[in-house]
Design a protein around this ligand. Structure first.
Ligand SMILES: *Cc1c(COP(=O)(O)O)cnc(C)c1O
Length: 395
């Protein structure tokens, strides 16, 4: 018997089941390489954000193991009291140099980095201009700041400017924030135009580069590099949990801002530092990328091949210009059925529905990776074609 005060949860869960939106967890027993062990089955991995295959890379694993020997497993302190390891400092310098910014702050996650950066920069008297498709962590960070949140139309700079004109005069300070690469559609923000508009009105600028680092820009230096805006954007949020293959978030950018965040960012002041093993793995990943563009080049050649073949097969890939490949299906039940059939045929690619994407815009999201071989991609394409026909998605 469910406790009467909790029966409302049963109803909520049942509603999720009935609408096809209930999330079932798949359980993994391998590294997220090209092939993975998922729910006891060996499947082709078209699902994780292991863009460069670094999550299982020997260099990262070796660095993490060495760091455990050198530092133990947990820091047992927050960064501002007794948790700052020389590894943290080394990583912050390395990622700042890689991205061509003055300084950076390493945090527990990309999600946390948005919270860490937004609240100190804007408060009750201020206004945040936020793209309508920004990541949940930006939305939550914005809410925590207590600033007024004004949402502008997705990547629409004219609308951004109109909203700045309308709202900025009523507030003390303004900040515009956008994803660099949008994680669900794989399109990119017009960062140069956003910067120009923000400059015109004296508004602070922040970009979340979670899907851009290790992917876009020269050798994976990110979205700011892609647009040649070095030294211009005030704040760049990043994550080490995607292309870098490890874990943790970063706030990078102008030194004055990073200095201020060391004093004010609550996740930095009140939550433990990232472990030595994770930090060392991140550092090794930055070194790999700084030394060679091989992995990033392979990611893009795989992406070009896979996406052009998928389009020839007749699939609608939305507006993606990155390795994020949304296979647009619309109906969430169709997307789930497609994903289930793919899995039966040996392919791991998840269906995404509301609230991750808007209602009626369900999709399978394929993440192309440098880890995929030609045979892997051809197997993926053949299987997509067969199931697409079976379910009436393509002719
Ligand atoms: C994945 C993602 C995050 C969260 O990063 P984590 O390190 O996994 O917490 C933040 N912002 C964007 C845009 C993301 O895609």
């Amino acid at each position: 018997m469910t406790d009467p005060k909790l029966t409302w949860i049963e109803e909520e869960l049942r509603a999720l089941q009935d609408s096809g939106l209930f999330i079932n967890l798949r359980v993994i027993d391998s590294p997220p390489g090209a092939w993975m062990e998922v729910d006891g089955k060996r499947v082709l991995n078209l699902c994780t954000n292991n863009y460069l295959g670094l999550a299982g890379d020997e260099r990262l694993k070796r660095a993490a193991k060495q760091a455990i020997d050198d530092y133990g497993v947990g820091p047992t302190a927050v960064r501002s009291i007794a948790g700052t390891l020389s590894l943290h400092i080394e990583l912050e310098k390395a990622i700042a140099a890689f991205k061509g910014v003055e300084d950076s702050l390493y945090l527990q996650a990309g999600f946390v980095a948005n919270q860490a950066a937004l609240a100190p920069l804007v408060g009750r008297e201020d206004v945040i201009f936020s793209d309508s498709l920004n990541h949940a962590s930006i939305i939550d960070g914005a809410r925590l700041s207590r600033a007024k949140i004004v949402v502008y139309e997705h990547t629409n700079v004219a609308d951004l400017e109109a909203k700045i004109k309308e709202f900025l005069p009523q507030y003390r300070r303004g900040l515009v924030v956008t994803d660099g690469v949008f994680s669900m559609d794989g399109d990119i923000a017009p960062l140069d135009e956003i910067y120009a508009v923000a400059e015109k009105y004296g508004v602070m600028t922040m970009v979340d580069d979670a899907h851009g680092e290790g992917v876009v820009g020269e050798g994976g230096r990110g979205i700011v590099d892609h647009f040649g805006l070095h030294g211009k954007f005030d704040v760049e949020i990043g994550t080490f949990s995607k292309a870098f293959g490890a874990i943790g978030g970063v706030v990078a950018g102008k030194k004055i801002i990073v200095d201020f965040l060391r004093q004010r960012a609550r996740p930095f002041l009140f939550s433990n530092a990232v472990t030595a093993a994770d930090t060392a793995a991140c550092l090794a990943a930055v070194h790999v990328l700084a030394e060679s563009t091989t992995l990033v080049d392979r990611l893009w050649s795989n992406t070009d091949y896979f996406k052009s073949e998928m389009m020839l097969l007749g699939f609608d890939l939305g507006k993606s210009v990155t390795p994020i490949t949304p296979v647009m299906l619309g109906d969430v039940k169709l997307a789930k059925a497609f994903s289930r059939r793919l899995f039966e045929e040996g392919i791991f690619a998840m269906a995404l529905g509301f609230p991750t994407v808007p209602h009626g815009m369900a999709r399978i999201r394929v993440m192309v990776s440098a880890a995929l071989s030609q045979d892997d991609m051809d197997f993926g394409l053949e299987t997509f074609a067969a199931i697409g026909k079976e379910l009436g998605v393509v002719a």
